[in-house]
Design a protein around this ligand. Structure first.
Ligand SMILES: Cc1cc2nc3c(=O)[nH]c(=O)nc-3n(C[C@H](O)[C@H](O)[C@H](O)COP(=O)(O)OP(=O)(O)OC[C@H]3O[C@@H](n4cnc5c(N)ncnc54)[C@H](O)[C@@H]3O)c2cc1C
Length: 504
């Protein structure tokens, strides 16, 4: 066993949005932080969301005013923190006879407009849909339009991990926590990675294991979980673009459930989500035939373009780890978060139950506020105003695209746009003095060059093709099996080289 076991102020279990958000916040307040993720960053729920930064219009109906107010206000905070990843979007809510009366929807939207601070996002309005250009069926003649935002969810996680590292945190992926216990003065934490088993110590342990939060308390800590979890599966399908412009649709089905149809990347629409109880291993969640049929039916009930299974380009599923409020309907279980703190022997354990991508920053602030008493020297909240990596000196994304085209003369516009959206001003670090596509090295297909792959491995914890094609980018939608095999072969060589360099 190790002689010198390293001691951290805080060890965080889980590299989803909540773990990385807490890691960035804590490191920025001067704590020494270690985060372990058993798989890749955002490998689970944090890459399987509807990709919305939203107040949650339907949570108003459930009277979740605290959550909605906090989430609404976060939209503009996050827009400023990462304008390359987070974009304002208009949402169309078609009005159909089975819905609430128009005056009631108008009142709900009035609250939505005014409950949180709003400077950049336009207010809601009534719209006519009785025109030939509307992609909706002719009988849908009117509706409402309001604002929310979309986000590249998995990249938001990576940016938080990068910010945490830049503030001094140690972030380790493919590293599982297999046990932890309170010793006399520290948590003793046992971890396992490809090299074997090792231990670290911490003054505070944060359990941000998402769908595994309760299981982690019982199995790894051998303690009793203070709350029960409900795992609710949600699935999405990706189809060819249904809308002509860049507005999303929020469709309310006759069963009162809501389905979004969101413009996705350049040529697709993302349709989701479902809500169903889930009890198997969260790592193995996959879309069911019933969910596919449900999503297709809701879309076909509204849109002129009729879809069937063969139109589906891709799909994904995730589980919402929700705090069990004993609700009998999966759609109405609270989306709010609960932080459970136990502080036996002055060695805190803070567990995160529930939450949303939208509220991760506020959740992290609330977590650190609860832990402040154990770290009296810790500095105050800072994340509301400091931008995330890539948003430094970023004024207008179009200007950045123009500058990229100026630097790399032969770059196609679409590729310059993809880089600007993904990396913001960190694109210069990725391009690393390149002046032409030739300087970027081998082309793995669809505009993925060796230089970008190297950057994703060196800077963004990318290790295998899935990390790069599904979580650092969405190029997986375009890559063939043989292109994936080529990329994997290159990554294996790169990892070997890095291992040799580390050993030397
Ligand atoms: C279908 C769906 C749609 C959604 N849509 C939205 C939306 O549009 N907007 C929004 O704001 N929110 C949305 N959400 C909610 C949001 O996605 C989640 O609340 C959020 O991603 C949860 O993040 P997390 O960090 O808690 O969990 P996760 O992302 O699951 O991260 C937890 C991590 O802990 C790791 N882990 C577990 N055990 C261990 C261990 N022993 N050692 C090391 N690591 C471990 C796991 O591998 C995992 O990566 C949606 C959720 C779903 C399922």
């Amino acid at each position: 066993m190790q002689d010198n076991i390293k001691i951290y102020d805080m060890v965080i279990i889980g590299g989803g949005i909540n773990g990385t958000g807490i890691a960035a916040d804590a490191a920025g307040r001067g704590l020494s932080v270690y985060l372990c993720e058993k798989d890749d960053l955002a490998n689970h729920t944090s890459s399987a969301s509807s990709k919305l930064i939203h107040g949650g219009l339907r949570y108003l109906e459930h009277k979740a005013f605290r959550l909605v107010r906090e989430a609404l206000a976060e939209r503009e905070v996050l827009l400023n923190k990462a304008p390359h990843l987070i974009k304002a979007m208009r949402f169309i809510l078609p009005h159909r006879p089975h819905l609430r009366p128009a005056w009631l929807i108008r009142t709900g939207l009035f609250f939505y407009d005014h409950l949180g601070k709003r400077k950049k996002l336009a207010e809601s309005r009534f719209i006519s849909l009785a025109n030939a250009e509307s992609p909706l069926k002719a009988e849908i003649t009117q509706g409402f339009e309001y604002s929310d935002c979309t986000v590249d969810d998995s990249r938001l996680v990576v940016l938080n991990a990068m910010q945490a590292r830049e503030k001094g945190a140690d972030i380790q992926t493919r590293t599982r926590c297999i046990a932890a216990q309170r010793e006399a003065d520290y948590w003793l934490i046992k971890l396992e990675n490809q090299q074997g088993i090792f231990q670290i110590k911490a003054k505070a342990l944060v359990n941000a294991a998402g769908a595994w939060v309760a299981q982690f308390i019982q199995t790894q800590l051998k303690l009793q979980s203070p709350y029960k979890m409900r795992l609710i599966q949600g699935s999405h399908i990706i189809v060819p673009r249904l809308q002509q412009d860049d507005r999303a649709f929020i469709l309310q089905n006759e069963d009162q459930r809501i389905v979004f149809v969101i413009p996705y990347l350049d040529q697709y629409s993302l349709i989701g989500t479902t809500d169903r109880e889930y009890s198997a291993d969260p790592a193995n969640v996959v879309i069911s035939h019933q969910e596919i049929d449900y999503l297709l039916k809701v879309s076909n009930d509204h849109f002129k373009t009729q879809l069937n299974r063969t139109d589906i380009i891709s799909c994904y599923s995730g589980v919402r780890p929700l705090y069990d409020d004993a609700s009998d309907n999966p759609s109405t279980i609270t989306r709010d978060y609960i932080l459970a703190l136990s502080s036996e022997q002055q060695l805190p354990l803070l567990s995160v139950f529930g939450g949303k991508i939208t509220t991760y920053r506020k959740l992290a602030e609330a977590a650190l506020e609860q832990l402040q008493v154990f770290f009296p020297k810790m500095t105050g909240a800072w994340t509301a105003t400091e931008v995330l990596p890539g948003a430094e000196n970023l004024n207008h994304l179009e200007d950045l695209v123009f500058e990229i085209q100026h630097q790399i003369a032969d770059v196609p516009l679409q590729l310059a746009q993809r880089w600007a959206n993904a990396y913001g001003t960190r694109v210069w670090r990725m391009l690393n003095q390149a002046n032409s596509l030739h300087d970027l090295g081998h082309d793995f297909g669809h505009g993925l060059y060796a230089k970008e792959v190297d950057y994703l491995v060196e800077v963004e914890w990318g290790m295998c093709s899935d990390d790069i094609l599904w979580r650092r980018s969405k190029l997986g939608l375009l890559f063939s099996q043989s292109e994936i095999a080529n990329l994997d072969e290159y990554l294996v060589k790169l990892q070997r080289l890095r291992a040799r360099e580390d050993a030397a």
